[in-house]
Design a protein around this ligand. Structure first.
Ligand code: ATP
Ligand code: MG
Length: 311
C-alpha cells in the first residue's frame, strides 16, 4: 500500500498578465484514482494540467509526484506519465503505425508493443492510413494511444473526447476503464462533459477562475452540497417571482427568460407540482412546457457560481 498520494499539489499559483489562471490551488490524487477537472472555458484546467506535466512552471507553490519534483527529477517523471494535450498535431505525412513506432522509439519500445496499442485503441484497419486522412475521433484515439505507450502510472488527458460522437466517446471510456482495472493507472482528465466525469472518475473537482469550488465524489456532490430536484417550465404569460417563492419547498427560482421560462429548485417534485399547477391555473395562465429531473452537476455549478458550465 502507498502511504502518500501519487500527486501532491500545494498552493500553486500561475498568472498571465494580471489573469490568475490558477489561484493558490491545493489538490492531491491517489494511486489508481481517476479525477475529473470540470469547469467552464478559461477556468484554468489546461494551465493546471500543464504544470503537473512540467510544461509550465508555477509562479509559486509546489507539485510532488511519487515524491519527485520537476526541478530535480524531470527524466524520471517523464517515464511515469502519459500525456495528451488539448490540441495534438501529428505530422500529416506519417501513417498511424509510423506515429506509434516513432513515439515508441522514444521509450525504446519494439513494434510488438506499438501493435498492441494499435489494437487497444481499435485503429488496426487504419494502421497504414496517413494521419491527414483520419477523422477527428480517430485522431483523438491515436493521441490516447501515444499517451498510453509507456504504460504510464499517471495519465493526464486534456479533453480527450471533445467533439466525438457518442460511440467513439464510449470506446475511449472503455479503454480508460480497462487501464484503471488492469494496470492500476491514475488519471487526471479535464472535460466539459458531466457524464464523462461521472462515468469515469472517482472524484470530481469543479474549478472556476483558477480555484477549486468543490472536490468530492459525484454522489456526495449531488446530495450534500445542494440536494433537491429541478422543475423547468414555461408559461404563456409572465409570472411574478415572488409568487413562486410562496410555494412550500421551493428553494430557488432561476429565470432563463424573465417571468416566462424558469427553473425551480425544490425539495420534492411531487409536493411542489400540484401547488405550482394550481398557482399557474388560478392566475389564468397556462404551462406550455414542463420537465422535471434530479439535480445534475450543472445545476450544482449554477448554484455555486450563478453561471452554467456551458455558457
Ligand atoms: N499563455 C497564456 N498567455 C496568456 N493567458 C493565458 C495563457 N494560457 C492561459 N491563459 C489564460 O488563463 C486562463 C485559464 O486558461 P486555461 O487554458 O487554463 O483554461 P481551461 O480551463 O483549460 O479552458 P478551456 O475549457 O477553454 O480549455 C484563461 O483566462 C486564459 O486566457
Ligand atoms: Mg483547456
Amino acid at each position: 500500500m502507498h502511504t502518500s498520494p501519487l500527486i501532491t499539489i500545494q498552493a500553486i499559483t500561475k498568472s498571465f498578465k494580471g489573469v490568475k489562471a490558477v489561484d493558490n490551488l491545493t489538490l492531491s490524487v491517489g494511486y489508481n484514482e481517476y479525477v475529473a477537472l470540470l469547469g467552464p472555458n478559461g477556468a484554468g484546467k489546461t494551465t493546471l494540467v500543464e504544470m503537473i506535466e512540467g510544461l509550465q512552471k508555477p509562479d509559486s507553490g509546489s507539485i510532488t509526484i511519487q515524491g519527485k519534483t520537476w526541478q530535480k527529477d524531470a527524466a524520471f517523471l517523464r517515464t511515469i506519465m502519459g500525456i495528451s494535450l488539448q490540441e495534438t498535431k501529428f505530422t500529416d505525412k506519417m501513417t498511424v503505425s509510423e506515429v506509434l513506432d516513432l513515439f515508441g522509439s522514444f521509450y525504446k519500445l519494439g513494434k510488438k508493443v506499438t501493435r498492441q496499442i494499435l489494437q487497444t485503441i481499435r485503429l488496426e484497419e487504419k494502421a497504414k492510413a496517413y494521419v491527414v486522412t483520419l477523422s477527428g475521433g480517430q485522431r483523438q484515439k491515436l493521441a490516447l494511444g501515444v499517451a498510453m505507450l509507456n504504460n504510464p502510472q499517471l495519465l493526464l488527458l486534456d479533453e480527450p473526447t471533445t467533439g466525438l460522437d457518442p460511440n467513439a466517446r464510449r470506446e475511449i471510456w472503455d479503454i480508460l476503464m480497462q487501464l484503471k482495472k488492469e494496470r492500476g493507472t491514475s488519471m487526471i482528465l479535464t472535460t466539459h462533459y458531466m457524464e464523462e466525469a461521472a462515468y469515469l472518475c472517482d472524484r470530481i473537482v469543479i474549478i472556476d477562475k483558477g480555484k477549486i469550488l468543490a472536490d468530492d465524489t459525484l454522489a456526495t456532490l449531488l446530495t450534500s452540497y445542494d440536494p433537491g430536484e429541478v422543475i423547468a417550465f414555461q408559461v404563456s404569460s409572465p409570472l411574478a417571482t415572488n409568487s413562486l417563492y410562496e410555494i412550500r419547498g421551493v428553494k430557488d427560482v432561476h429565470w432563463i427568460e424573465e417571468g416566462v421560462k424558469g427553473m425551480l429548485t425544490v425539495e420534492s417534485i411531487t409536493h411542489t407540482l400540484p401547488v405550482l399547477l394550481n398557482l399557474v391555473e388560478s392566475s389564468g395562465n397556462t404551462i406550455t412546457s414542463f420537465e422535471s429531473r434530479k439535480k445534475t452537476l450543472d445545476d450544482l455549478f449554477r448554484t455555486m457560481t450563478g453561471r452554467s458550465l456551458h455558457e
